[in-house]
Structures are given as C-alpha cells and as structure tokens.
Design a protein around this ligand. Structure first.
Ligand SMILES: [Zn+2]
Ligand SMILES: [Zn+2]
Length: 284
C-alpha cells in the first residue's frame, strides 16, 4: 500500500516529483491541465524526458492524473458532451505519455435526465475516448458523494456504467470521503465489509485501482463533498485504521486530497498520519 498525495504540477509534470518528495509522498496525483478551463496542451517531449528520468531516480509509485471538473458525459448538450470527450481524450493522451496509471474523473451529473437515460451515451463516450487514445493508462471513474443529480454515488451505478462501457481500460477510484457521504459507513468493520462485498458484486474488487484518502467534514450519508485532514473528521483515525486493515485496500495506492494542516493542500503531517496507521496495521 503506497501513500501519496495530490501535488501541484505547475511548471510541468516533472516539477511535481520534487513537491511529492518534499512532503514524503510515495506516489502522487496531478492535474493534467487546468481543471476549471477547457484548454489543454500536449505534454512536451522535454517534460516527458525529465519526468521519466526523475521518476526512475526517486522510485516514485504510480502517478494518476485528475481530469477536469468540467467534464460531463451525462449532459444532454451536444457541445458540452463533445468538449468533455476532447478534454478526457487529452488527459488520457497525457497519461499515456507519462506512463501514468490512469486518469481519474468524476462521472458528474445526469442533469435531471435520470441515471437510466444517460447510460448508453456515457458508455459510448468513454469507448470513443479510449479507442481514440490506445495505450496502457486507465480511465478511472471516481465514486461521488451523491449531491443533486450526481452519478456514481452507489457502486451499482458505477457497475452498470462499467458493464455498459465494456472496455478493460476502465477502473474505479474510491474516494473515502465521498463514499462515506454517500452513506457507506466504511469507518466501521461490519459495514465496511458489507460495502466491500457490494463493491465486489456490482463492480468487481479487481477494478479498485486507486483510493482518494480523505477524512470527512460532514456526517455519514450527508451527500456533501467536504474533505477533512486525516484523523480530524468523522471517519477519524479509528476509521482509517479499519479501512487500511481491510484486504481490499492492501495493494491499492492512496492519494490524499485533504485541505492540509496549513490549508495549503496535502502535507507531511497528513502523510505521516496515514503512514503511522499503515505501520500499525502492518500493511506496509
Ligand atoms: Zn476527484
Ligand atoms: Zn471530493
């Protein structure tokens, strides 16, 4: 179980490596491009070379890229759908260039159409994106907290989408805060076991490829996406001990997306908290 964090890639993906090293991350997540703007430029050869050399030197674990927040494959607006496909395609291309594990993106909203109505469109879009960018990098659907019309707050919905897509480059990133907000009490052994069984039945536990490790500022089932520092939220240190003790998480990289003790994003204290729990449960 590797423990990493989201870090800034300002100045190029290669610059993220030193930032990850500085806080003690063993792997990291970056934005492939600005998450709130449509523009994206391909990763330059020079960046790929520097990045590859630095990754080898530091022996950093698998990198994941986070997709744009604007992506909405459940939208009925053809222009927004086309822009979303283009953006995801650029992110997958970047992931392939950097030999990243994959791109994590939010299934986003069905925008009032209902989940059933968007399944075919969503699946066709994902297939199109993957077919246009062959390679090894995965496209990972992230579990959502379930606010409003958001897709993917139940493992059944994600499983339905993945079956409809029918491509073996599709996987799942489980966000501990989002699933807690969506009503899965992963902080307690009995209900964690039920949740993992449900994940396995609906999706297949082998498709769990990444974890966003975040404590929760909001209560179980709140549907609100509000991350908290590890140990300071309602999942708590005991909850993370439960999670990290479970077999399902033992070979999956963890990426922090917490506010940080100094409110400047994932930091060393949060990584140290997770690492302490990992050694306690013997999952190192
Ligand atoms: Zn996310
Ligand atoms: Zn979140």
């Amino acid at each position: 179980m590797l423990i990493g964090a989201h870090v800034s890639a300002a100045g190029g993906a290669n610059k993220a490596i030193a930032r990850a090293e500085e806080i003690g991350a063993e792997c990291f997540q970056i934005f492939a491009s600005s998450p709130r703007m449509w523009s994206a430029k391909p990763v330059a050869d020079e960046i790929v070379e520097k990045y590859t050399a630095e990754m080898k030197r530091t022996m950093m674990g698998p990198t994941v890229l986070h997709g744009k927040y604007l992506v909405a494959l459940g939208s009925a607006d053809p222009e927004l759908l086309a822009k979303s496909e283009t953006a995801l395609r650029a992110d997958i291309a970047a992931a392939n260039r950097l030999s990243a594990l994959g791109v994590i993106f939010h299934p986003a909203s069905h925008r009032g159409q209902g989940f059933e109505a968007i399944i075919d469109q969503f699946a066709a879009s994902v297939r199109k994106v993957l077919d246009s960018e062959p390679g090894d990098s995965l496209l990972m659907l992230e579990t959502s907290a379930g606010a409003g019309d958001h897709i993917g707050s139940s493992f059944a919905e994600l499983g339905t989408l993945i079956k409809a897509i029918g491509n073996d480059r599709v996987a799942v990133c489980l966000d501990t805060q989002h699933v807690f907000a969506a009503g899965y009490n992963i902080a307690v052994t009995d209900t964690l076991n039920v949740a993992i069984d449900e994940f396995d039945k609906e999706i297949g536990i082998g498709l769990l490829k990444a974890v966003h490790a975040n404590d929760s500022r909001r209560e179980l089932g709140s549907s609100v996406d509000r991350h908290e520092n590890i140990g300071d939220g309602l999942i708590g240190t005991a909850g993370f001990t439960t999670i990290m003790s479970h077999e399902a998480f033992k070979r999956v990289p963890f990426y922090l997306e917490v506010p940080g003790t100094g409110k400047s994003g994932p930091d060393k204290p949060n990584l140290d908290r997770l690492k302490a729990i990992r050694s306690q449960v013997g999952a190192g």
